[in-house]
Design a protein around this ligand. Sequence first.
Ligand SMILES: [Zn+2]
Length: 293
Amino acid sequence: MEIEDWRDRYLMESKFNVARLVGEERREGNSLASVSRHWQGEKESFCFVSPHDDDVVLGAGLAIQMAVQEKVPVHVLVVTDGSMGYCTLDEKESIASIREQETYNSLVELGVPKENVIFLRFPDCQLGLFVGRRLANDEPSAIEGFTGLQNSFTYFLRQIRPTQVFVPTINDLHPDHKVTNEQLQISLFHSTGDIWPELGPPLDAVPAIHELAIYCDFPEPPTLRIASDETTFEKKLTAIAAFKSQKQIAKLIENVRNAGPQEYVRTINFCFYQPETYHHLFQDSKYPNQIGR
Ligand SMILES: [Zn+2]
């Protein structure tokens, strides 16, 4: 079926169409709840982690609106302070605060309240220096006397207590995106453990984690497709346009508009080491040439 066909067919009665692939199964519905087997109803809470202010709006502007429509609380963590994003010399000192205001303006457009937007204020383009956790000096990113991405992620995961977390794919070329993805994944496990008790009480379960594609393809094919009607799509484009200090934004809007009202998401399945996984490789019946014994 062509893209235009399924959009016309499914978006007549609803703002959204969602399709999810689980193994051999394909589920389709008008809401995330309708395609999720483990949906937790009122317990659901989403956290979108954005290395830079505009990333999750670009990659999940429809998904965020859909969650808001389903009355799922949505929080957004913006990891960097945007201080390297000045396009005029006038804005070199003020760009970080300009971008924080633009972020509020953008996310309000998608239905995310100001109090659910959290700035971690790590220095833009320098996330590689903030891997892990260490004693803080005077960094704006300090929490409970420590800094580092694992410190902030663990703290806010325990505060927000999300059931599902979204982050740009590790395939993105920008080092800030790669570092955010990797540090968030390990922090999901820290947040459920007993370590660092000053950062809050542990979560009951590891939240589900999903990747968003911003600039590069997914490392493996996505498992969820969200399509929307034109009005919802226009809101996403307006939300992207809120980042007006970023002179390249017009080009990005053009790209998103040309791609149409659809987003893809990939759920990450952690593969925990189990020796049995490799048992079959060493069975002697597999090898015609046996040496020894
Ligand atoms: Zn980015």
